[in-house]
Design a protein around this ligand. Sequence first.
Ligand code: BGC
Length: 733
Amino acid sequence: MPHNSPLITITALSLMAAHVCAGTAAADDRPWTNRALSPDTRADLVLNEMTTEEKLGLVVGTSQRPAGEAIGAAGYVAGVARLGIPMLREANAELGVAVPPLDDTVRPEDEATALPSGLATAATWNPAIAHANGAMIAEEARRKGFNVLLAGAVNLARDPRTGRNFEYAGEDPLLAGTMAGAAIRGIEEKHVVSTVKHFALNDQENNRTLLDARIDMPALRESDLLAFELAIEGGQPGAVMCSYNLLAGIYACQNPTLLNNILRQDWRFRGWVMSDWGAVHSTSEAARAGLDQESGADWDSRAWFGEPLAIAVAEGTIPATRLNAMVHRILRSMFASGVIDDPPAPGPLDADADAQVAQHAEEEGIVLLRNESDLLPLSSDLRRIAVIGGHADVGVLSGGGSSQVIPLGDPALRVRFKAPGDTIPYAMVFDPSSPLKAIQAKAPLAQVTFADGEDVDRAAIAAKEADVAIVFATSWEIEGHDAESLSLPRDQDKLIAAVAAANRRTIVVLETGNPVAMPWNSEVGAILAAWYPGQRGGEAIANVLFGTVNPSGRLPITFPASTAQLPRPELPGRFIPWNTTFAVDYREGGAIGYKWFEQQHATPLYPFGFGLSYTRFSYSDLRVSGGKAVTVSFTVTNSGERPGADVPQIYVGAPQADGGRARRLVGWSKIALAPGESQRVRITADPRLLAHFDETEHGWRIVAGDYPVELGASSSDLRLAATARLEERTLPP
Ligand code: BGC
């Protein structure tokens, strides 16, 4: 609940002071404007000039729009205009510059280009796509006046029902960390600060603020933390956002193991740690543990880094040096990212170019899961096409919560509802890109009909009369809630089964935020996982259906056959006594997704890494060398008739001496090949992926031995094998 905190007073005072003094200081008086100096030196030069009050103003943010402020934002932090330090204006920006759909205090209806979901981008397995997404978002954000983007979400998909998986990058630390890192880099290169979030283990949404994650530390290092580590190395974000949950009984935003020891000491992270909104629960514990900035302090029970911090610093219980360190890190990132040297430049968006970015991401992210008798690609000579369900006549579904983008050109549709107990009504937002129209454009001679799918019999009749039936199935996810099951909601399984019974040439297009169960899997001709498809999703889907684009997406997350196969068939934390924390034992440890399935000898519905193409790829001549690291080379050939892109994947198991842990993805390459063309690929595995984290030695330990190396088209389709002999080695943490 927002309340009037001392922070707001400090903020207002420093804004007034800044206003009076702005512009009076000459550049000579501001040695920190010298770009030749390092960000650390520049930060210290500013810090030396700051009053305690100004410093306190920089370590606390609010979600309340300051008086006179034109731009609605998720968060604000007062700058020090007297010294040329701008206000931080923070926008959620995982999938585009976001705005809560029904909150009219924050930029009501401010539109931006809507990207497909994070899982769609992860499914491209192409870091260049993630990078282009980040650059596009940052460019739009700059034109809207933002200098901090709450992006870089990289929590691993420990459960396929987690309500925010759609924002994230899947279940594997290497894939997720690489893709998130590339997106962050794309943002930072545009001189906008990006976060990486939510650090760490906010891996479920139900009662996320009360969840106490229990996991063995080596397993955590090898899974969720490795994803963050890789994303930070690749993206160099200016800030880390700590998460809502507790870890081993301590809230993440006041957890010294996470913040001081791992992030700062082991990883040498130089930027600042900001809290998630409402994730702070103390002043001194948080300050000592390494939190630098309380975000959205109006969401906390009190502004912990407002008056209580001021008192603690005045009394010396929090040393002034600690406050200086907080401020230094914030300023340092502002200089390093370039938000001070190259502030946002308001202007119009380049809507067409940005929509291309969104379309391209979706085209590469769509995964072809099934294609019996080459039903796809469709011919443009079809006579009758029945399109059914999913509001495909008007648009494509997007996911809900703080990442919600109001798409350019207005939502095609908003389905509003209020769940019991909720204070704010929710709205499912459909992006204005009609699959029906895009399909009609691809098959101009065809009669394309639409049935909304509410009447199953009518849909079946439409399917029976058509050459092909295309069912659009949707499942909506929203931040703060996990899915109750893997099943498609609203009887859509019944609809699909009825349509498939009426016409074997049925294609299912899934617009979902997560894996779903498919009881009709073997009854339909083809299945596309289109995720949440984004601003030009309709066009992207039609391009894949008709073969203008050859699908090249691969699953970044396992599609289980049932919840019984999961580490926690019942999701914990749904029904707990009011306001009590509850422990979740992550018994799978680092064996998330495909690794868990391998350990359990369970067969998923569709495995991690899987995806079909309209052409065929073959692999040959696998060569492997060991020693200090594993280097692999092999040849990929497009042995089919169409150009296409493949994603050959390398998995490495453990030597017998290391006790049979599951295979790990250690590398991949996305390569486009013409028919008949071959390419040699070379991959060197990051040694951390071959190691296990050894707490006693405090480092990554590689056990000497023979490591099985496999080349495959998915985690379950391993085609060539070899062995690499590795030396014993310990790497720093
Ligand atoms: C979400 C963050 C988001 C923040 C600000 C929180 O509830 O967990 O991802 O950046 O709100 O809107």
